[in-house]
Design a protein. Structure first.
Length: 268
């Protein structure tokens, strides 16, 4: 990447930050921070407004692969001093983390996620490690869910080079990474395609986990798979019902027939 490109990406990131701050609300920021139990700074910008900011930014810039990654990395990081000086919205705290280090901003990270999703045609399996690093730092469903469902899913379905990353993630010690390996299967299975055998392997290994988000992810994927293939879900969950958590079962049986649902519940 040339120095001029780097300058343009930094300028674009600063413009996104300014626009986010201008759309922010201190009241919304406080409520959202509390709801998400977030340790990040919050500007108090709605998801639709954040989408609008990112769409506007990307309309004015034709970014290469490297520039997409660089813009996402810049937004994901804590604001620089030049970013801090712009905008109208007041953050909910001083923005200083441990030892005076700047604190990353939730809406900037959401914008980084949206940049990647809206530019996914320029991304592929070679970006798995970068995306995995974001997942590891996200630490909230509000960022993990779109990264897994709207970015990793289409990339992994399109590019087999993503397969090794999903295999590693399914046994990662970080539950958000394991959660993402499951959620990456949700959309294609919802539409009657996708790799149910791989999801089955991942889910079977995680079925007895205590982590709520992993239990929920298994249930959600089974629920959405049953939209097109309820018998497949029934045949999978019935012999495993005694091992599955209540939240997994509750989601998995919602779209099954009454007879199938009663059989699964009885098997618990």
């Amino acid at each position: 990447m040339t120095s001029d490109s780097r300058y343009n990406v930094q300028t674009l990131a600063e413009a996104v930050d300014r626009d986010l701050r201008a759309r922010g609300s201190s009241e919304r920021a406080q409520k959202e921070k509390a709801y998400l139990k977030s340790e990040l700074l919050h500007y108090g910008v709605s998801v639709p407004d954040t989408h609008a900011v990112v769409r506007t930014a990307l309309r004015t810039a034709k970014l290469s692969h490297d520039e997409v990654i660089d813009l996402a990395r810049t937004l994901w990081a804590a604001p620089t001093s030049s970013d801090d000086s712009a905008g109208n919205a007041e953050p909910t705290d001083t923005g200083a983390g441990p030892a005076g280090h700047p604190t990353p901003v939730h809406e900037r990270r959401a914008a980084a996620t949206m940049v990647l999703i809206q530019s996914k045609d320029r991304l592929g399996g070679g970006d798995a490690d970068f995306i995995g690093g974001l997942l590891r730092e996200a630490m909230t469903w509000a960022l993990v869910d779109p990264l897994a469902g709207d970015l990793i899913e289409p990339l992994s379905e399109r590019d087999a080079a993503f397969d090794p990353a999903l295999e590693r993630w399914a046994s990662d010690e970080d539950f958000w990474i394991r959660d993402s390996a499951l959620l990456a299967h949700l959309v294609p299975l919802r539409h009657g395609r996708g790799d149910f055998d791989r999801f089955s392997r991942f889910a079977d290994a995680m079925l007895e986990e205590k982590e709520f988000f992993v239990r929920t992810a298994i249930g959600w994927v089974l629920h959405d798979t049953s939209r097109k293939r309820p018998d497949l879900v029934f045949d999978w969950i019935l012999p495993r019902a005694h091992r599955a958590s209540g939240v997994t079962i509750r989601e998995a049986v919602k779209r099954l027939s009454t007879e199938q649902r009663e059989a699964v519940l009885a098997a618990r």
